[in-house]
Design a protein around this ligand. Structure first.
Ligand code: AMP
Ligand code: MG
Length: 438
């Protein structure tokens, strides 16, 4: 947490009279997060993490000038005038396999058989590929491999990879802050490292609250519903690079929530769901008020208007930020997309990149009844002309998870617009894209 942040902390036991915009709420939330510390990770496990160190090359890549083809290393001047009709015959003095080293030089009138990647022997200034020689015919007809006929002129430096043409010793090849994708990981491996120092992944403790909840896998019970929030939230945490820790269900009592929260404090972020609306059994706010700092906000968005954010004090003097999502399954997901995702990115040292979005022509209207920004669940597709279109995926009630599962985007109707009608264009934030690798 930021040390100077005490005065900026959310007010204790305070409902904001005004509604916050999504951006204002996000900005307030993000001001309580810092980039996490670093760790050394095996390369493959570091995919999607951010480098915490510069990577400087200590040798050239390729380390030696080498052949880019399977062929013959020779002196290009020897091949001047060569053609299929008028081949030049050279004496073959040896072979250099991949991984081998030359043990003698190429002299005028000679060539050395060479494999791709093998170091160029001294004397040679180019490589002619097998295709431009009589290599194949010789092999088939069992002719001597002590000589080779060259069918083409070879130019100096042809089919040769110069030492250091990829990476020069002493150069910084990657910088602190760079994201590790497949290419970066390969590059680090090519420098001989099996590990990299990267910003840690945030551990996110997920706490569900409610007397009505039972766990998936348990027998159905009348009046009870399955705890789906923990699973959709855990999936989003993983999706955005964090490590989810499902803490189970806290009942609507102070003791129960205290007990579960106690287990959750060893994390970089505690996410709770439910208990932030103004209901009778909402103990979340009571407990959290007594545990640290908390603010309850109304955010000008639909779904997911009620939101809690606070700081939980730890016994050791530290603290953990707490994001209190609404209970309704779609509200919880949409709020996590708008706030949780950004907090995870910040902790991981990733640049503050908004959700990728496109503009799509609506097949259905999106109505805005009360001046809140609407995030409508839509399926984006391309029509015959290749233009983006979006249709809503059914019942938009905040408890209807099936329309979330059918959606690949959230189409936005701004707070100050009453309707985006059929045929009008809406901005759509895409749920499924590869942006979180970037
Ligand atoms: P609450 O904020 O406690 O009033 O909950 C709002 C709605 O979300 C209620 O219909 C709850 O049953 C539902 N809900 C709360 N927690 C979960 C959960 N973990 N999984 C699925 N639905 C939930
Ligand atoms: Mg509840």
């Amino acid at each position: 947490m930021k040390s100077q942040s005490h005065s900026e902390r959310p007010h204790r036991h305070h409902y904001d009279a005004e509604m916050l915009s999504v951006e204002d709420a996000r900005e307030r939330i993000l001001s309580y997060f810092n980039v996490l510390t670093s760790e050394k990770k095996p390369l493959v496990e570091a995919l999607g993490q951010v480098l915490a160190e510069d990577i400087v090359a200590t040798f050239d890549i390729p380390p030696l000038t080498n052949s880019a083809m399977d062929g013959y290393a020779l002196i290009s001047q020897d091949t001047f005038g060569a053609s299929k009709e008028n081949p030049v015959e050279l004496q073959v003095t040896g072979v250099i396999p991949a991984g081998g080293l030359p043990d003698h030089a190429v002299e005028s009138g000679t060539a050395i058989r060479i494999m791709t990647g093998a170091p160029l022997p001294p004397g040679a200034d180019s490589v002619i590929p097998f295709e431009d020689t009589d290599e194949l015919q010789r092999r088939k007809s069992g002719l001597s491999d002590h000589s080779i006929s060259i069918h083409m002129e070879s130019q100096p430096y042809e089919n040769i990879r110069q030492a250091g043409e990829d990476v020069r010793s002493g150069n910084r090849v990657l910088s602190k802050g760079d994201l590790l994708r497949a290419g970066e990981i390969g590059l680090i491996a090519s420098l001989g490292h099996s590990e990299a120092r990267v910003i840690k992944r945030p551990v996110v403790a997920i706490v569900s609250t409610g007397d009505e909840l039972i766990e998936p896998g348990e027998d159905k019970e009348p009046g009870k519903i399955y705890n789906s929030n923990a699973f959709s939230i855990a999936a989003m945490v993983s999706r955005y690079g964090g490590i989810p820790k499902i803490m189970g269900i806290a009942r609507d009592t102070v003791e129960s929530l205290e007990a579960v929260l106690h287990q959750a404090m060893d994390s970089d972020l505690v996410v709770t769901s439910a208990g932030v609306s103004k209901g009778d059994y909402d103990v979340v706010k009571d407990v959290l008020f007594s545990r640290g700092q908390i603010a309850l906000w109304s955010v000008r968005m639909r779904p997911a208007k009620p939101l809690a954010f606070g700081i939980l004090d730890r016994k050791d003097g530290g603290s953990v930020p707490h994001l209190g999502l609404p209970g309704n399954p779609v509200s919880a997901m949409v709020a996590f997309e708008q706030f949780g995702r950004y907090a995870l990115r910040l902790m991981m040292g990733k640049p503050d990149v908004p959700k990728p979005s496109i503009y799509a022509v609506m097949d259905d209207p999106i109505k805005n009844h009360d001046g809140r920004r609407v995030y409508a669940r839509v399926k984006v597709y391309r029509d015959g002309e290749g233009n983006y279109r979006a249709k809503t995926t059914g019942n938009q009630s905040s408890g209807v998870l099936s329309s979330m599962a059918l959606a690949n985007g959230l189409a936005i109707c701004p707070d100050d617009i009453g309707i985006i009608d059929i045929g009008e264009t809406a901005k759509v934030e895409l749920l499924d894209s590869t942006e979180d690798i970037f």
